[in-house]
Design a protein around this ligand. Structure first.
Ligand code: PMP
Length: 445
């Protein structure tokens, strides 16, 4: 397809958007995407954790195409539509706790975050929200207000939503510790900071909710220790504070469980999902308990395109395909293979690779800098999906792209993140791991 003359119009697209690859992407199939100049690239980004079942999965694309011939826009405030209710039926048994029985759907993760904050305030009659250092929840105003991963998102646009407080996430960088700081010590420090916050800055009676990603995403791909999530649950229970679990990136089998929160056994009061939910069709969801959602005034929630019929039909097919293809087994098998390659690479380059971490196929490699861990804060204030520049992680990611694999960096630290398709073959996973290994060896030599 001759599309390259269209690139002339790239200058008419806002500079507020950034891109990590050159040229025009024209198609995607499974674990690969193609560009108009004939490049075929292995996609280890899944479009930032979205196309979990691969690009243009036949069953999912067909379900969407069929729905397009039925009805595209059955507006959710005008009538129920069939895929909406079918999706609720399919999701109900997959919830991490049976108390999660009341759904509503949106288009993006940010909108779902906004809705969860609005609902937490309405349901509790309290205003304040506690978020985590390093958190990413989106770029709309409320979501930005609870985002703490990089200043670039909100610089120059304050005031944001007031009443937001921050505690550290159990990640040694945030605790002034060393990489070998024990998990127990990290958890104890973070829970202590929460207790202090509730005693000194936001009284429990003013605090509506705590919002957390069970795997810190843009903040560095750090799984929360189960003891931390359990500690948050206990404190929330003690004070009537709601626990909002943002599974926009970690949900839908990404971490080797259907939802990452299952690793801790913790019950969310509100669970947010998006990205992998519809494998690329715009759809997000909020699920909570009827007792809480019933407190919303009728008509206070909704949106023109919220819970679009084509997206819901695609999401139903996602759930079916994940079950039929037993994708969780593939995630866990491929995860083991990926970890074994990356750990061997770390052992071979102890001066350059600081950490290999993650859950399932949400995996990160953190590099050290010559100046030592945590010394890169000046070099990294680039938005999500950008920043391929001067840092070691960025140079490795750039090298991978030159070698035919798209991969992203993340966080203000030196982190490369792996988000391959969940149904990737062992062969393609090995190919991606080999490209990464070659890139690292060329960059650090
Ligand atoms: N929450 C988390 C944990 C995310 O990773 C993201 C997107 N990266 C969002 C919220 C925002 O989602 P969206 O970009 O669809 O608005």
């Amino acid at each position: 397809m001759a599309t390259s003359s269209l690139l002339d119009y790239g200058g008419n697209v806002t500079k507020g958007l950034g891109r990590i690859t050159e040229g025009i992407m024209t198609s995607g199939k499974g674990s690969y995407v193609e560009y108009d100049d004939g490049r075929k690239m292995l996609d280890f980004t899944c479009g930032i954790g979205v196309t979990n079942m691969g690009h243009c999965h036949p069953k999912i694309s067909k379900a969407a195409a069929d729905q397009c011939m039925n009805i595209v826009h059955a507006q959710c405030s005008i009538a129920f539509h069939e895929p909406y209710l079918r999706l609720v039926k399919k999701l109900l048994p997959l919830m991490p706790d049976p108390s999660l029985d009341s759904f509503f759907f949106w288009n993006s993760g940010s909108e779902a975050v906004e809705a969860s904050l609005k609902m937490a305030r309405t349901a509790t009659g309290r205003q304040n929200i506690i978020t985590m250092q390093g958190a990413y929840h989106g770029r709309t105003f409320g979501a930005m207000a609870v985002t703490r991963s990089k200043t670039v998102y909100s610089a120059g646009v304050a005031p944001l939503m007031p009443g937001v407080f921050t505690i550290p996430y159990p990640f040694w960088h945030q605790l002034g510790g060393k990489p070998d700081m024990t998990e127990d010590a990290q958890v104890a420090q973070c829970l202590y900071q929460l207790e202090l916050l509730l005693a000194q800055q936001t009284a429990p009676a003013d605090t509506a909710a705590i919002i957390i990603e069970p795997v810190l995403g843009e903040g560095g791909y750090v799984p929360a220790p189960a003891a931390f999530l359990q500690g948050l649950r206990a404190i929330c229970d003690k004070h009537g504070i709601l626990l909002i679990i943002d599974e926009v990136q970690s949900g839908f089998s990404r971490t080797g469980k259907f939802f990452a929160i299952e690793y801790s056994g913790v019950r969310p009061d509100i669970l947010i999902m998006a990205k992998g939910l519809a494998n690329g069709f715009p759809l997000s969801g909020v699920v909570s308990r009827k007792e809480l959602t019933d407190k919303l005034a009728t008509g206070s929630m909704g949106g023109t395109y919220a819970g679009n019929a084509v997206s819901c039909a695609a999401a139903c097919a996602v759930v079916d395909a994940m079950q039929e293809e037993n994708v969780l087994a593939n995630v866990n098998a491929r995860s083991e293979e990926l970890f074994s390659v990356l750990k061997a690479l770390k052992a071979a380059h102890p001066a350059h690779i600081l950490d290999v971490r993650g859950q399932g196929l949400m995996v990160a490699v953190e590099f050290a800098t010559p100046a030592g861990p945590g010394a890169t804060l000046d070099a990294v204030a680039a938005p999500e999906g950008q920043g391929l520049g001067k840092t070691l992680a960025s140079r490795v990611a750039k090298k991978c792209i030159e070698k035919g694999m798209i991969i992203l960096t993340t966080s203000v630290y030196e982190v490369v993140r792996f988000i391959p398709p969940l149904n990737i073959t062992a062969e393609d996973l090995a190919k991606g791991a080999q490209i990464f290994r070659d890139a690292v060896e060329e960059v650090v030599k």
